[in-house]
Design a protein around this ligand. Structure first.
Ligand SMILES: *[C@@H]1O[C@H](CO)[C@@H](O)[C@H](O)[C@H]1NC(C)=O
Ligand SMILES: *[C@@H]1O[C@H](CO)[C@@H](O)[C@H](O)[C@H]1NC(C)=O
Length: 376
């Protein structure tokens, strides 16, 4: 354990050093308009580079616990998939990938230049363990055979097109099956169509009300991010108000990304722990739905909230929509955490979570609309 942590630390240093080295390269080659004779890289840096590569190679090495009989590799040779080795020599691999060598090796065992294995579950398992971006680059992903031929004029169609999904890894083989299995998963359009439009309890914030709040604060909502947005219903609904919303979504046993795309919306396949792939201060609204809740480790939640702050413009809104936690934790842990952002509480509603899990654990929902201050 200590050994692994030590190695991780070395890797971290190595990655930092690699970046410094790249910067050194860039600054010595890119800056001047006419290319002078390239300056030689000092021996010391070369030496460092070799040390870094050696460390990375060491870390990507993986010995299977039982030697595979019948292979003609010499037992002292590490069994690294060639593409993993090649990749690791060209660009750094997220340190968390190394904590899961079995998954990583399975994922990277493929034939370059041919069709990728059909293993999006494996890919998501790695991503959710922090191995992101994934290191596989040189194969052709399988895609559904019948691409759409018309624009999605209605983001709430009575049914989505089944032929736009590769169903082989799912128990369901159609969207209607998914809708029947669990009407709450975002595939039943008769359920989706009323979402974000009705006010049943204080925990709801219908889109017309949200936009009215922004308008009366002389604030405009043009662009948003919906974190953990499932099949993209929030983006679909608010698109009718000419607001563009990007939806981050994963495919936990359901084709969420495909569904979002089919509705003519943008699915971002990024996990909650990843830095949002948009620039600082360019977004007017970030919504955190059910995916953001007390099951997220606290430190990760803090990183998430601060990254939300990074992408929000001054005066932009963070909407925590039905965030649930234990009642005692809301007071002791989450309210202070949210308070650290220094946002204005435009709405702050708490209600009991009355399903069986909520009653058993003394859980509450928080729906909060928070406005980023204009100056810090
Ligand atoms: C959205 O934009 C279209 C085209 O500019 C416009 O006709 C429509 O009224 C707008 N809808 C809303 C709700 O603002
Ligand atoms: C919420 O739950 C708490 C604790 O069980 C209870 O005391 C309170 O009355 C409930 N509030 C509502 C509005 O039901």
């Amino acid at each position: 354990m200590g050994f692994t942590m030590g190695l991780n630390f070395v890797l971290l240093l190595a990655m930092v050093a690699t970046n410094i080295l790249s910067l050194y390269h860039l600054s010595s080659t890119v800056q001047s308009p006419k290319p002078p004779a390239p300056e030689p890289v000092p021996d010391q840096l070369l030496h460092q580079l070799h040390a870094i590569r050696a460390t990375i190679n060491h870390l990507t090495r993986h010995q299977p616990s039982t030697p595979t009989p019948g292979t003609n590799t010499i037992s002292s040779k590490p069994s690294i998939p060639p593409d993993l080795l090649l990749y690791s020599q060209l660009s750094p691999i997220a340190s968390a990938c190394h904590n899961h060598p079995d998954l990583l090796h399975k994922f990277m065992t493929y034939t370059p230049y041919s069709v990728c294995p059909l293993d999006s579950d494996l890919a998501e398992s790695l991503i959710l363990r922090g191995c992101h971006p994934l290191p596989r680059r040189r194969c052709f992903s399988k895609t559904p055979p019948n691409p759409p031929s018309s624009l999605p004029h209605n983001p709430f169609p009575s049914s989505l097109t089944d032929s736009n999904v590769i169903w082989s890894k799912y128990s369901c083989k159609s969207f209607s099956c998914l809708a029947k299995q669990n009407p709450d998963m975002g595939f039943d359009q008769s359920v989706e169509i009323s979402k974000f439009m009705t006010y049943k309890t204080e925990l709801d914030l219908p889109i017309p009300q949200l936009l009215q709040i922004a308008k009366s604060a002389s604030s405009v909502v043009r662009l948003g991010v919906d974190i953990g947005g499932g099949t993209g219903t929030f983006a679909a609904r608010i698109k009718m108000y000419n607001v563009t919303v990007l939806t981050t979504t994963m495919n936990f046993n359901v084709p969420n990304n495909e569904a979002v795309a089919m509705r003519g919306l943008v699915p971002l396949h990024v996990p909650l722990q990843q830095r949002l792939p948009v620039f600082d201060g360019v977004v007017d609204l970030v919504r955190c739905g059910r995916a953001v809740n007390r099951w997220i480790p606290l430190t990760m939640l803090e990183f998430l909230l601060y990254d939300v702050d990074r992408v929000l413009r001054a005066g932009g809104y963070l909407w925590l929509d039905h965030f649930f936690s234990k009642r005692v934790d809301l007071d002791k842990v989450y309210s202070p955490l949210i308070g650290k952002l220094g946002y204005k509480k435009v709405k702050w509603a708490i209600g009991n979570k009355t399903d069986s899990g909520g009653l058993k654990n003394g859980e509450v929902y928080l729906t909060a609309l928070l406005q980023k201050p204009v100056s810090k």
